[in-house]
Design a binder for this molecule. Structure first.
Ligand SMILES: [Zn+2]
Length: 386
């Protein structure tokens, strides 16, 4: 059995709070475990572990499973995470309409709702967000641990969307509005950054460095370095959508010209083949029927080349070789990923090119919801979803 906590063995100087978090995280990693095993893995005494586990059971975060198998002597009572002990409200404001979900402590989505209004203007968006949370609160069957929100744009630590250029949101204070309306802790971050958090959790222990590129109304990336989300000096790490890739190109919502978003966002790809992104579904099959398959493939490949060109710089700067692409265009991902991979291979050091892995996100469109739930779990309990 692996012993993931050896490196952070608790000492007598640790506070009870830290020990509670470590115990809960360990129970979450192990799936099912015993007090004796927790004691062995953390270095805490049996008496201390019993007291910690009792408190976690009392709080409804851990439950007893019954007796395990004995290695000689009395069989141990097994304990596990009480998945249904709390609900987490997770929102994705990057999708249209906005998506909301109730997520349990194991990361399983229990219920989904979507916003009634497709209106994306700041005031209406804020109202729709509050309504969505209220709807989910009414449906929750367990105490709500917190609210996690993934949103497009640059989001500061206080939960203010400083700037979401392609939605026209400026200084939109989601954090204060949500906390005032529900008196619950809220974890609010850029959607691509949360997507990256979800990806690194999915690969817990395997890959500590990853770049996730989210391709929707805009193009954004989330960067995880050493298993930690890199938010950057001004929370704007990963804003690759506004890097200029076409000199003298099309006007961008940010005020510049020829940004990556003007040629590689889903609406840009659709417009390049003459399809209206507001009326044709964001689905390659539906789009091919409107625009022609050959044209669509060419447009996806062109977008892939631009994205690959920008990512080459990120790979060179950070030496991160695992890249996950999360496109919001259904059925068009493989074409994009192939072209991004090919473009990257031609633009980086040949020795590095062979090491780069580019894959399509297996979590698909739920990546941001998973990341939002992970952020709440981590912020509130110090636990990672696995
Ligand atoms: Zn721009």
């Amino acid at each position: 059995m692996t012993e993931p906590f050896k490196h952070r063995k608790a000492t007598k100087h640790d506070s009870r709070r830290v020990n509670l978090r470590n115990t809960l995280d360990l129970v979450s990693i192990q799936g099912s475990t015993s007090r004796a095993e927790i004691s062995r893995l953390t270095g805490l005494t049996r008496a201390a572990v019993s007291s910690l586990v009792s408190e976690l059971i009392e709080e409804g975060l851990v439950r007893e499973l019954g007796q395990g198998t004995s290695a000689g002597g009395k069989p141990p009572t097994m304990v596990a995470l009480n998945e249904r002990g709390r609900d987490i409200i997770a929102l994705d404001l990057g999708r249209r309409p906005f998506q909301g979900s109730l997520v349990d402590l194991s990361g399983h989505i229990r219920h989904r709702v979507e916003a009634a209004t497709p209106d994306l203007r700041a005031e209406a968006a804020l109202e729709a967000t509050i309504d969505l949370i209220a709807d989910l609160m009414a449906r929750s069957e367990a105490p709500v641990l917190g609210i996690g929100v993934g949103t497009p744009g640059v989001v500061n630590e206080a939960g203010v969307v400083v700037e979401a250029a392609n939605l026209g949101w400026h200084q939109l204070d989601l954090g204060t509005a949500i906390r005032n309306a529900f008196s619950l802790p809220a974890s609010i971050a850029n959607d691509a950054q949360l997507a990256a958090l979800a990806e690194v959790r999915r690969h817990a222990g395997a890959g500590d460095n990853v770049i996730v590129v989210k391709l929707g109304r805009g193009v954004g990336a989330g960067v995880v370095v050493g298993a930690r989300l890199h938010r950057g000096e001004h929370s704007a790490a990963g804003e690759i959508g506004h890097v200029q890739v076409v000199t003298g190109g099309e006007a961008c919502t940010c005020g510049n010209f020829g940004c990556l978003e003007t040629v590689a966002s889903v609406p840009a790809i659709m417009r390049s083949v003459g399809a209206d992104p507001d009326h044709v579904p964001w689905d390659a099959i539906a789009l091919a029927a409107v625009a022609g398959e050959v044209e669509l493939r060419a447009a996806l490949r062109a977008a892939g080349r631009y994205i690959g060109a920008v990512l080459a710089h990120a790979v060179a700067l950070l030496d991160i070789t695992r890249i996950v692409i999360a496109p919001e265009i259904r059925n068009g991902g493989d074409e994009l990923v192939d072209e991004i991979r090919a473009e990257l291979a031609t633009r980086v050091l040949p020795a590095t090119a062979g090491l780069i892995e580019v894959e399509l996100s297996p979590l698909g469109s739920d990546l941001v919801l998973a990341g939002a739930a992970t952020a709440v779990l981590t912020d509130r309990l110090g636990v990672l979803l696995r």
